[in-house]
Design a protein around this ligand. Structure first.
Ligand SMILES: [Fe+2]
Length: 304
């Protein structure tokens, strides 16, 4: 049940209205988030029905440097454009069962990545999202950045992509014994994840909310009219002239790039229990019990 508990808790937490999802000012939200982090801390390889033997197999099988396991993923069933999203909201409002089964994928993405020895997820961003990353096997070396601001104006000569100033953090090495990493708006919202091991696959679980490809709440941010992923390369230290003053921090310039050719993922099926269906069943049972308590149903009805 450990993975189910994590998914249900994440769904409950990230279903709150966006204005309540404020880690800095909403103590109730922060407390719930801490509970989710606690649940996530306990996850193990077996919760994904994986074994060390299977991890050995993943190391040499396949053609891509990274395996991707979709657990709850919007891209599987509802890659929505803005019009479709409105229609989907309407449909869900009129159909409780449908909304139970579809809501998780519109609220969050839950996935596992198995990174082969020496492979990496290139520098990429998580615009205006919450993210939790828990290593359950092997070791990940994470270089995080916190976005500060886009650099206005035309890119310098020889550069065609937008540039961003970001605070560069210390490199963090995380293992199965480490607490989950947390990212949120402008806090370590850009990162590179590297498996520096020569022998062991690194497997981590990733929870992201809201998912990529859904509309941002504030559509005035034209750069990210939709929440697309952007890949970056680090150009070097930012000029002191553009850095915030009085802070003992390292600022660098990141430049947007196309997805690096060497970064390829290969899908691996999640073979654990159907989390969404079980969540729906769980909710139906709770509704039935509530109705029974109101005297509207008998036990026979609950069994149907
Ligand atoms: Fe990421």
């Amino acid at each position: 049940m450990a993975l189910q508990n994590v998914v249900w808790k994440a769904l409950e937490l990230f279903s709150h209205p966006p204005e309540q999802q404020d880690i800095r000012n909403n103590r109730a939200f922060s407390a719930e988030l801490s509970h989710l982090i606690h649940l996530l801390s306990g996850l193990q390889l077996t919760d994904l029905r994986l074994t060390p033997e299977k991890m050995e197999w993943l190391k040499s099988a396949g053609h891509a440097p990274v395996w991707y396991m979709s657990i709850v993923d919007a891209q599987d069933d509802q890659m929505l454009d803005s019009e479709d999203e409105d229609q989907e909201d309407e449909k869900d409002a009129n159909n409780d069962e449908s909304s139970l089964e579809k809501a998780p994928a519109s609220v969050m993405t839950v996935a596992a990545f198995a990174v082969k020895p020496g492979a990496r997820l290139p520098i990429h961003d998580h615009p205006k999202m919450y993210g939790l990353l828990k290593v359950v096997h092997g070791e990940a070396t994470v270089q995080s950045y916190s976005s500060v601001r886009c650099l206005a104006g035309t890119p310098p000569e020889g550069h065609s992509m937008p540039q961003l100033m970001a605070e560069k953090h210390e490199v963090t090495v995380v293992t199965a014994r480490s607490d989950p990493l947390l990212l949120h708006k402008n806090h370590q919202d850009i990162h590179e994840i590297v498996n520096n091991s020569e022998t062991t696959v690194c497997l981590f679980i990733d929870i992201l909310s809201p998912p990529y490809h859904f509309r941002l709440p504030d559509s005035s941010d034209t750069r990210h009219g939709h929440r697309y992923i952007t890949y970056y390369r680090e150009l070097g230290p930012a000029s002191p002239a553009v850095c915030p003053t009085g802070a003992d921090k390292v600022y660098v310039i990141l430049e947007g790039i196309k997805c690096p050719k060497e970064y390829k993922t290969q899908h691996i099926a999640y073979t654990g229990p159907s989390l969404i269906k079980e969540q729906a069943t769980h909710q139906r049972e709770r509704n039935a019990v509530a109705m029974m308590n109101e005297g509207g149903m008998n036990e026979e009805a609950l069994e149907k």
